[in-house]
Design a protein around this ligand. Sequence first.
Ligand SMILES: Cc1cc2nc3c(=O)[nH]c(=O)nc-3n(C[C@H](O)[C@H](O)[C@H](O)COP(=O)(O)OP(=O)(O)OC[C@H]3O[C@@H](n4cnc5c(N)ncnc54)[C@H](O)[C@@H]3O)c2cc1C
Length: 374
Amino acid sequence: MDHYDIIVIGGGPAGSTLAWSLEKSGKRVLIIDKQDFPRDKTCAGWVTPAVMDTLEIDQDNYARGRTLQPISAFRIGMMGQAPVDNDHGETVSYGIRRCEFDAYLLDRVNANKQLNTPVKSIEQKGRNWVINDTFEAPLLIGAGGHFCPVAKKLGHGPGSHETVVAAKEIEFEMTAAQASVCQARGDTPELWFCRDLKGYAWVFRKGNFLNIGLGREDSHKLTDHLNDFVDDMKAQGRIPADLPGRFKGHAYLLYAHAERPLVDEGIMLIGDAAGLAYTQSGEGIRPAIESALIAADVIRRVPDVSARNLQRYGEAISERFGTRALNDQSSWQIPDWVKLPLASGLMRSQWFTRKVVTEKWFLHQQVPPLESAL
Ligand SMILES: Cc1cc2nc3c(=O)[nH]c(=O)nc-3n(C[C@H](O)[C@H](O)[C@H](O)COP(=O)(O)OP(=O)(O)OC[C@H]3O[C@@H](n4cnc5c(N)ncnc54)[C@H](O)[C@@H]3O)c2cc1C
C-alpha cells in the first residue's frame, strides 16, 4: 500500500492548483487522473485575468509554444437579431486551449502523479481512504469534475436530481482556407443568447483555432438549438462552412443549482466536483482554482481532517461565492426581470451588454482576485 497525507482525484485546474498551493506544506500529495496529460477537456477556454493573477502565470513564458489569445472586445447579441460590438480598449480577458493550459498547470506541480489511472474503488479502512486497493490517505480531495467518483461516493453524481447545464462544443485548427473566410476575430469572442434565454452560444477564435459551442439549462433539443445556430453562423460567413468532426457534449452544475455537500469525514470536494461554476456565465475555471486555494488554506490550518474541522471550508466557500439558497435568485439564465419583451431590446443596448452582460456576469470585475497570500 502506498501511503500519502492527501490523495487528489482529478488533475484538472482544481486538483493541480490544490497540490501547487500545498507544495511548501510538507504534506505528501498524490494526484490521480484517469487520463494521461496533455488531455482535452470540453470547454470554450476563456479565462478571466483573475485566474492568470491568482495562479501567478508568467504570460510571456506561457505564450511560448502555447495559444494565449488576448481579448479586448465582445460581440453580444440575441440569436436572430443584430449584435452589439463593445470595444473595451484594453485586454480584459484571455483565450487558452484546455489541452495546453491544464497540462501546464499539472506539469509545474511537484506532487506525485498517477496518471492514466481511473479510480475504480474508494474504500474506508480505519482512518484512511483506500483507492484501487493501492493508495491510501486520511484526506481525499474530490477534484474529478462533474462526474467525480468522490462526489458519487457522497451520493451525488450522474442520476442525482440536480439541474445540470448541458453543452456541446467543437474546437479545431482552421486550415488556411478556413481561416481566410472565417469572419470571427480572435480579440472579440461572440456570445449569442438563445431567444428563450435558457442558454447561450459562442464563437471564439483563438489564433488559428476556432471554438464553437452552445450550453443550455434545458438539455431538451440541445442538438436542434446548436444546429440552428451553426447554420445561421455559416450563412452569415462568421464560421467556415466545412466544420470538421463532431461536437462533443459535456455537463456541469452551476453554483445556484448544486446541492452537493462540500465536506465529509476526510473528504473535500473542489471545482466542478463541488458544482461551483458561476451561475450567470458558466465560468468554472476561476471557481475551481479559488476553491482549491481555499481548501488548501483550511488543510494547512486544521489539526485533523474530521468533517467538523473541514466544515470551515464549506463556510469559506459560502463567504466567497454566496449561499446557494440566496444565489438561486440570480439564476444564470438572466434574472426574471429581464425575461420580458424588454430582453431583446436590452441585448441591443451598448450599455447593458457592456456593463451588465460582459463586465458583471462574464468578467466578474466586481469580485477582486482571491488574496494569494492565503
Ligand atoms: C462546453 C463547456 C464550455 C466551458 N467553457 C468554459 C470557459 O470558457 N471558461 C471557464 O472558466 N469554464 C468553462 N467551462 C467550465 C470548466 O470547463 C470547468 O468548470 C472546469 O474544467 C472545472 O475544473 P475541474 O478541475 O474542477 O474539473 P475538470 O477540468 O473536469 O478536471 C477533472 C479531472 O478529473 C479526472 N477524472 C474524472 N473522473 C475520474 C476518475 N474516475 N478517476 C480518475 N480521474 C478522473 C478527469 O480526467 C479530469 O482530468 C465550460 C464547460 C463546458 C462543459
